[in-house]
Ligand binder design. Structure first.
Ligand SMILES: CC(C)(COP(=O)(O)OP(=O)(O)OC[C@H]1O[C@@H](n2cnc3c(N)ncnc32)[C@H](O)[C@@H]1OP(=O)(O)O)[C@@H](O)C(=O)NCCC(=O)NCCS
Length: 187
């Protein structure tokens, strides 16, 4: 779908951004389960089984894509747009997720995934994208703001993980009406 390069230690690594296939599920699961066990970025607290990840994968379609960033054959990150609600009136709304392998954060992978998944959502005709972000997740809030997401509000102490009550920020981007690729508004 799109290719680029990034510095990987002493050499350039070839990056390929493409739709996820079933064969990517174990790598996607590995990245997500690491976030479950070690971060408050997701409010899941029990690692996902292969069967659970397979049904998550099956719940996605052309309007609700999953993209992977592949570096020299290894999945370094993924992003998805998931159905926000089964209630019909919410059909044009999707929820964004983006996860980068812990060893490869801070290299621009998250930015590339965000740009691509938002562009997919715009092309699919989705009206709006929502993200629920743990309020202390400064990197994710920064990344969303950089793509024009606005802060809807903060829900106080709605989750409890690692023995702490956590606030959740809701951020939103209206896609419909955007006529070209979703652009970064901050550099
Ligand atoms: C959030 C996440 C996806 C970002 O991916 P990444 O590849 O590390 O991000 P990038 O390198 O593309 O850029 C991140 C941006 O956040 C900024 N950033 C990083 N840490 C930050 C911090 N603590 N505070 C503020 N900004 C921060 C970076 O400077 C960069 O912005 P810039 O390009 O304007 O300098 C990644 O950290 C991750 O997977 N975290 C765990 C899962 C997660 O939080 N997912 C989002 C759930 S809502």
């Amino acid at each position: 779908m799109s290719s680029s390069q990034v510095q990987g230690g002493s050499h350039q690594v070839n990056l390929l951004l493409r739709p996820a296939t079933k064969a990517d599920i174990p790598a996607i699961r590995g990245i997500y389960n690491d976030a479950i066990l070690n971060t408050t970025s997701t409010f899941d607290s029990t690692p996902k089984s292969m069967a659970e990840m397979e049904s998550w994968f099956a719940a996605h379609d052309e309007r609700h894509p999953i993209l992977v960033m592949v570096a020299d054959g290894h999945v370094w990150g993924w992003a998805s747009l998931s159905r926000w609600s089964d209630r019909a009136a919410y059909d044009g709304t999707a929820e964004l997720s983006v996860y980068v392998h812990p060893e490869h954060r801070g290299q621009g992978i998250g930015r590339k995934l965000m740009a691509a998944i938002l562009e997919e959502g715009r092309r699919a005709g989705l009206h709006t994208v929502i993200s629920r972000i743990e309020a202390g997740n400064a990197a994710s809030i920064h990344l969303h703001a950089a793509f024009g997401f606005s802060m809807v509000g903060v829900m106080k102490e709605v989750g409890c993980k690692f023995g702490r009550w956590l606030d959740v920020a809701i951020m939103q981007l209206i896609l419909e009406g955007q006529t070209g690729p979703v652009a970064l508004i901050q550099e």
